[in-house]
Design a protein. Structure first.
Length: 112
């Protein structure tokens, strides 16, 4: 039996920032992620998740989101799109560690 059908894949991502807190809004029912105030910039980064992937904010952990879906490749690619949207450019990446990083990968029992 395939793992994605019986269990959902889940990627947990954490926000890392030193001074300017990253604001993340989940819109369109978890299909689009809107990232604001990254490194204090006014630019709004919008990431459209791949089909079949849903994003949720964690209720018990601050600054954490969870990406869930039945296809492992789509879930991991959506996590990569969010990570790539928050790459630090034209600065020393050893000093500026701000971004959204994958903290945990795993499966989730389906509740249907």
């Amino acid at each position: 039996m395939f793992t994605g059908v019986t269990k959902q894949f889940e990627y947990k991502m954490r926000f890392v920032y030193s001074h300017f807190p990253i604001n993340l809004n989940i819109i369109e029912g978890g299909k689009v992620v809107e990232i604001r105030n990254f490194l204090g910039e006014k630019r709004v980064r919008i990431v459209k998740l791949l089909p079949g992937v849903v994003c949720e904010k964690s209720t018990n952990v601050k600054d954490e989101i969870a990406l869930k879906g039945t296809d492992l490749e789509l879930v991991s690619r959506s996590a990569a799109l969010i990570h790539q949207a928050t790459l630090v450019r034209r600065k020393d990446i050893r000093k500026f560690l701000d971004g959204i990083y994958v903290s945990e990968k795993g499966t989730l029992e389906k509740t249907d």
